[in-house]
Every structure is written in structure tokens, then in C-alpha cells.
Design a protein around this ligand. Structure first.
Ligand SMILES: Cc1cc2nc3c(=O)[nH]c(=O)nc-3n(C[C@H](O)[C@H](O)[C@H](O)COP(=O)(O)OP(=O)(O)OC[C@H]3O[C@@H](n4cnc5c(N)ncnc54)[C@H](O)[C@@H]3O)c2cc1C
Ligand SMILES: *[C@@H]1O[C@H](CO)[C@@H](O)[C@H](O)[C@H]1NC(C)=O
Ligand SMILES: *[C@@H]1O[C@H](CO)[C@@H](O)[C@H](O)[C@H]1NC(C)=O
Ligand SMILES: *[C@@H]1O[C@H](CO)[C@@H](O)[C@H](O)[C@H]1NC(C)=O
Length: 510
């Protein structure tokens, strides 16, 4: 009996209106009209500049994201490079922060080629081959290598053999054990250079370290690790301690991984960028089509549902689809909304003091300056007020530029007891690297389960220019796979589950 009700005119009108209103929506979803997304990076060090570079390097247009992202970098200081920075003293320029690169730091190598930067060996004092080393216990040198400035290469050769022999005499096969320990760690690290097709993208530092077989080294101290391989206690107490104090300002209670990285920085073949390592960051930023905002500190990062709002101390507000934190969060004042939780971490402060002048031999119980080794390393003793003193350049007998590393500020009074003359002194207080411990606890690369990333979570493994680059490369791939791929919506949802903070381990509210 009943027939289908005829659609009323009103209903047709509604349908028409609906279609009309949907039309622009469809246009909006169509990819051509989509504006390119914006990736904002906080920090212009090697981490921030590397992530920009790798975003450009790996980006492939997809139907849903055909346009490469806009990239904005914010830097609160007036120079780029962060902890890669130079200091000029006596007309010469030296590295004030990160100075040496390892021969197998392949990202840095590639950067130098890509950017046409010249490579040089670091100052002699930082290269094992040619320096004279003394180990200072606060009262005397417990160990000293010979240094002879001879024009005859064969004399140098004999001295070098003598030094190796003397080293061997004191530390024996522990030297070989150290070598093996460092080499096997470096070999594991090389896995991060395997081609991206064969290398997973890591959401957490834990996962990334486990994949390369490096995680276990972060669960034990360097000391435990070395005792385990039967290194002699004398070697641990002296040579190894000297090296960890120089490279991380800390004792052998740092993690095994940070320790291995630190020991790797004492081998041969080390290098640096002529004119300053910071040029790697400057160059990468230049070639990556980045909008660089100098002298602009980000003070808040708020997630507003679809995007992040970054507010700066200049009073500016920026909308970002993806935000990358490329600086340690331990000592910066960025307000996150909603708040993010990461494990508490202390930074080790290293005071780098550059002195042009001359050391006081009497301080070391010696008669002449010539008897003081070019590199003075120290044992772990709270009464020794510095970690190391090294010669950077010798102008003449009484005019030398030195670099002093210490945990506390070097006061004028203290410097006046160590130096008999000072023409110029420059002090830099670095929030240098994490204060390492074992076991380490890692912040995640993804801070909020969305698109807020943290490169420096990896610094708890080890802090170097190269490890920052390696972590940045992974974060770039993470961003591209999670935000720019077809499937990014799915992966975001699956990620949410694993990103709920665990109240026990995550206890710093930022
Ligand atoms: C004394 C010293 C010696 C070292 N020696 C070596 C070495 O020989 N070899 C080696 O490989 N590594 C060395 N390192 C470690 C190395 O410097 C670091 O691991 C590396 O440079 C870290 O780079 P990054 O980009 O992650 O961080 P950083 O270089 O610290 O960059 C972070 C940047 O973010 C900026 N920033 C911070 N907060 C904000 C904000 N709110 N808004 C805007 N900008 C902000 C900072 O100004 C900085 O420029 C050394 C470090 C120190 C301190
Ligand atoms: C550089 O980026 C801007 C916007 O961030 C874009 O408009 C421009 O096309 C890019 N230039 C090149 C050469 O890719
Ligand atoms: C360095 O560059 C070369 C040549 O472009 C490339 O084949 C290699 O994979 C790069 N290495 C790293 C670690 O990116
Ligand atoms: C950021 O700036 C905008 C615009 O000035 C303001 O509305 C917002 O409250 C600021 N956010 C924070 C967290 O201060």
C-alpha cells in the first residue's frame, strides 16, 4: 500500500547545500591545495642542523605530502653551532667546546666533503702521537712520557718507541685490552651507517642502542666494564681516569658506553675542521633552505590539537606541524603545554679556561717550564683543582697558550698559583654533557606521542658531535615516516599506546 515517500523539495535543497559545502572541503583535502607543513627546530648545533639536512636529504614527495616542508630553526644566541664554538686568543682561533673528531665519524666526514670544509689534525696536545703526557697526582707526576724536539725524524722515532715501551712497562697488556674494548664498541656503532633500507627507524634510544648491541654498556659503569675484562687497577686509576676526566670531566663511574666513546677520543687519526667545527652546522643550515631565526629564544611550546605554537622571547608566535627540540632540556626554560615528562638528568659543567702566559714550574715541583708535559692529565682526587692542562700553541719560550679544563671555576688566585705569568685569560662555563651514571635511563625521541621530537635524548648514551648527527638522522627519518608518509595517521595511533609516561621513571615535569 505504502509507496516510498517522495523526497521533499526541502530535503533536495539540503542535499544540494551539503554537496556545495562539501565541495571546498574536497578541494582542501586534495593535495595541491595543502600548504607545505612546517617543521620547527629549537637549536642550531650539530643536532638541529643535521636534522634539517637529513629532512631535505630523505624527503620524497607522496600524494598526501607532495611539498617539502618549510624548515625553521630557532637559535637563542647570536651564532650558530652551540657547543661547537671558537675562541680567539693571542690572534689564534681555537675550539672552545667540541674539538676532536674520530676517524670513523662518518657523518662529520661527509659534511666536510659536502660543504667543502678543510680538515686538519687537532692541536698537537690533543693528538696522542706527538704530545708529551704527564699524569699529575696533586704532588708529583706518577707517569711522564719524554718529549724531545728534534729536527731528526729518527730521534723522534726512538723517543716514540721509548714512550710506547714505557707505557707498556707500566700498563702491560691492559693497553691492548683497552684497544679491543674501544674497537669492538666502535664496530657496533658503525651499524648506524648501514643503508637506511636495512636499518630500522627507532622510536626510543633504548631500542636504538639494543639494535646495535650497545645497550648493555649503558647498564654498567666503565669501571665495572674494565674490571670485567681484567684491566689492571693501575691502568683504570691512572690512564683511563685521565682520559675520562679530559673528555667528560668525570671519573670512571660514567657508563661503559660513555667511557668507550671517551677512550676512542684518545686514539690516533683524530681530526677537526680548519677554522672551527661550528662551520659544519653553519654549512648544513645554509644548504638546507632553512629560515634561521637568530637571537630568538623559544620559551614555550604548546600543542593546540592540530599544531604546535612556539612563542619566543621576542614576542613572536609560530605555528609548527612538527617540532624538534635539538638542545638538552636540563637547563633550559621551555614551558611545555601539556607538560612533558622526562627522566631527571644533571649536566656536567666543564669550565674551559684559556690562558696565554706561562705555567709556573714550582707549582709542579719542577725547576723549569720545559719539564712540564704538554698535556697534564690528573687523577680522581678532589684536591686537584683542574682536570687537565694542555698546550695549544707555543709562541716562544715564555709565551704559550694553554687550555685548562676544570669542574669548578678557576679563580684568579688559583690561576696565579699555577701560572707564573698571564697575559690573557678567557673563561667559558659549559653545561657540557650529561653527568653519566649506570644504569642510564633514557628520555624518548618522541616526547608527546605526537610530533614533538627530542634529539638530545641520545646524549645519555654519549655526547659527541657525531652521536648528535646519528641521533638527528634517526629523528629525521622518524619525522618523515610518522608525519610525511601515507600511513602516518596509523603509526601515530599505534605509537600513542607506548608513549604513556611511566610515573616511576619519568619524573621531571617540564
Ligand atoms: C668543553 C667541551 C668539549 C667537548 N669536546 C668534544 C669533542 O672533542 N668531540 C666531540 O665530538 N664532542 C665534544 N663535546 C660534545 C659536543 O660539543 C656535543 O655533544 C655536541 O656539540 C652537541 O650538539 P647539539 O646540537 O646536540 O647541542 P648544542 O650544540 O648544545 O646546540 C643546542 C643549541 O640550542 C640553542 N638553544 C638552547 N635553548 C634554546 C631555546 N630555548 N631557544 C632557541 N635556541 C636554544 C643553544 O644556544 C645551542 O646553540 C664537547 C663538549 C664540550 C662542552
Ligand atoms: C625554500 O623554502 C621556501 C619556504 O620555506 C620555499 O618557498 C622555496 O621554494 C624553497 N626554495 C627552494 C630552492 O627549495
Ligand atoms: C657519505 O656520502 C657517501 C657519498 O654520498 C654515501 O655513499 C655514504 O652513504 C655517506 N655516509 C653516511 C654515513 O651518510
Ligand atoms: C603564545 O602567544 C600567543 C599569542 O601572543 C598567546 O595567545 C599564547 O597565550 C602564548 N602562549 C603561551 C604558552 O604563553
Amino acid at each position: 500500500m505504502s509507496s516510498h515517500p517522495k523526497p521533499s523539495f526541502g530535503f533536495l535543497l539540503l542535499l544540494l547545500l551539503l554537496l556545495l559545502s562539501v565541495q571546498p572541503l574536497i578541494l582542501c583535502l586534495s593535495t595541491d591545495a595543502l600548504p607545505p607543513p612546517t617543521v620547527c627546530i629549537v637549536g642550531s648545533g650539530i643536532g638541529g642542523s643535521s636534522v634539517a639536512h637529513f629532512l631535505r636529504h630523505y624527503f620524497r614527495p607522496t600524494p598526501s605530502q607532495p611539498n617539502p616542508p618549510n624548515i625553521e630553526i630557532f637559535e637563542r644566541r647570536s651564532v650558530v653551532g652551540g657547543r661547537m664554538a671558537t675562541v680567539t686568543i693571542g690572534g689564534d682561533t681555537f675550539e672552545a667546546g667540541a674539538s676532536i673528531l674520530h676517524p670513523k665519524n662518518y657523518h662529520a666526514r661527509n659534511y666536510s666533503k659536502l660543504l667543502g670544509l678543510k680538515v686538519k689534525p687537532p692541536p698537537s696536545s690533543e693528538d696522542d702521537d706527538s704530545m708529551s703526557l704527564g699524569i699529575w697526582d696533586g704532588k708529583k707526576f706518577v707517569f711522564k712520557t719524554l718529549e724531545v724536539d728534534s729536527k731528526f725524524p729518527w730521534v723522534q722515532k726512538i723517543v716514540s718507541y721509548f714512550n710506547s715501551f714505557q707505557m707498556f712497562f707500566r700498563y702491560g697488556f691492559s693497553l691492548l685490552k683497552m684497544n679491543n674494548f674501544v674497537e669492538s664498541t666502535v664496530d657496533s656503532f658503525l651499524k648506524y651507517y648501514e643503508s637506511p633500507e636495512r636499518r630500522p627507524i627507532f622510536e626510543t634510544v633504548d631500542e636504538m642502542l639494543k639494535w646495535a648491541g650497545l645497550y648493555d654498556l649503558t647498564t654498567r659503569t666503565l669501571q665495572d666494564e674494565l674490571v670485567h675484562i681484567k684491566m689492571s687497577p693501575l691502568m683504570i686509576e691512572e690512564l683511563v681516569t685521565v682520559i675520562t676526566r679530559i673528555n667528560y670531566g668525570q671519573s670512571v663511574s660514567i657508563s661503559g658506553l660513555a667511557g668507550a666513546v671517551s677512550l676512542a677520543g684518545s686514539g690516533g687519526g683524530l681530526w677537526a675542521i680548519e677554522g672551527g667545527n661550528y662551520q659544519m652546522a653553519a654549512g648544513l643550515i645554509k644548504i638546507s633552505n632553512v629560515s634561521l631565526h637568530m637571537n630568538e629564544e623559544i620559551e614555550s611550546i604548546s600543542y593546540l590539537g592540530e599544531y604546535y605554537e612556539l612563542n619566543s622571547t621576542k614576542g613572536n608566535s609560530y605555528s609548527c606541524d612538527v617540532t624538534v627540540v635539538a638542545t638538552p632540556l636540563d637547563e633550559v626554560n621551555i614551558q611545555f603545554t601539556p607538560s612533558v615528562s622526562i627522566p631527571a638528568r644533571k649536566l656536567q659543567h666543564t669550565h674551559a679556561t684559556f690562558v696565554r702566559g706561562i705555567l709556573n714550574p714550582a707549582y709542579f715541583g719542577l725547576r723549569t717550564v720545559a719539564e712540564i708535559p704538554e698535556l697534564v692529565g690528573t687523577l680522581e682526587d678532589p684536591d686537584i683543582p683542574f682536570s687537565s692542562i694542555s698546550v695549544l700553541v707555543q709562541h716562544d719560550e715564555n709565551d704559550v697558550t694553554y687550555k685548562v679544563f676544570s669542574r669548578e671555576l678557576m679563580t684568579d688566585a688559583l690561576l696565579d698559583s699555577i701560572f707564573s705569568a698571564r697575559l690573557q685569560t678567557v673563561r667559558i662555563n659549559w653545561g657540557a654533557y650529561p653527568h653519566y651514571k649506570a644504569p642510564e635511563v633514557f628520555a624518548p625521541f618522541i616526547l608527546d606521542g605526537q610530533h614533538l621530537y627530542y634529539i638530545n635524548a641520545f646524549e645519555n648514551a654519549a655526547s659527541t658531535m657525531e652521536t648528535s648527527a646519528v641521533a638527528a638522522e634517526n629523528v629525521a627519518r622518524l619525522i618523515l615516516s610518522r608525519y610525511f608518509s601515507e600511513t602516518h595517521l596509523h603509526s601515530t595511533i599505534s605509537n600513542l599506546k607506548s608513549k604513556i609516561p611511566d610515573a616511576d621513571t619519568l619524573h621531571t615535569n617540564l
